[in-house]
Design a binder for this molecule. Sequence first.
Ligand code: TRP
Length: 334
Amino acid sequence: MIQDKKTLFSGMQATGTLTLGNFAGALKNWVTLSDQYECFYCVVDLHSITVRQDPSTLRKRARDLLTLYIAAGLDPVKNCIYYQSHVSAHAELAWILNCFTYMGELNRMTQYKDKCAKHADNINAGLFTYPVLMAADILLFQSDVVPVGIDQMQHLEITRDIAQRFNGIYGEVFTIPEAYIGKSGAKIMSLQDPTKKMSKSDENPNASIYLTDDPDTVIRKCKRAVTDSGNEIVYREDKPGICNLMDIYMAMTGRSVAEVEREFDGKGYGEFKMAVGEAVVSVLRPIQERAESLRKDKAYLDSIIKENGEKAAYIANKTLRKVQRKVGFPDRIR
Ligand code: TRP
């Protein structure tokens, strides 16, 4: 394959329903980046089972997530959109990289510590080696850039460390990936507590707007969003609620702080919240419509899943074979 574009890899877990935060902070940027890079967008279902999952729910959510990738604007012909579990090289490389990763390094991962606290009844080895699987995801495709949120930076650092360590022993096998911190990647906070990130696992359904929410629900959640004292629409540190709603509005409309402040000069919170809700609805509606028609066209989606899975496997296997040779596994007889 002749390739002049750099390679980009990213993935999301198929747990919970995607929120507006996932969309504005990640998916929307993925769409923008997809012209510039050779992109791999993975549904990381192997990662999902580090926490106990109901099988039929996981299966459904994985398909919904893959559908949403496409519905949000990722062209499945230009971008390789696939399930991690369909490409066995992920697990195989992860095993090898496990042998090049130190317990001490993994012990320092803050997400691991958080998850242990949250899932005290199921602290399994997969939770511990989660970052190694993520390293395998990224390194299999010789990725140059990885768009990630701040919470995944530590995992990207360990990926780089593992790759450098491996290259140090065996020569230039892996491309060392760089984090891509989006310039425009808005960080959307909870509608009920603007000091907390909007999360798909929030227990309060009013705290998050889900990509599947219908217009009435979106408007209602925006109207109920926690705001600050006062009545001005200004982007100021002492107004985290209004700042968050402005961030949402800006992410939906592409407008700047100054433009939004001007637009709502002299207007109250009620009117502003209504406008935010409508802006969200106008972005979500076409996505939901595309998702719905994709869901109906089972044969089409299946063909995308099959073709992209095969393409990803082909590319991933090239790296895997090289690694297997390097570490000394016997050649395959052909
Ligand atoms: N750990 C990431 C998250 O929870 C998901 C992920 C898995 C990922 N593998 C990846 C992200 C590789 C970027 C690259 O958000």
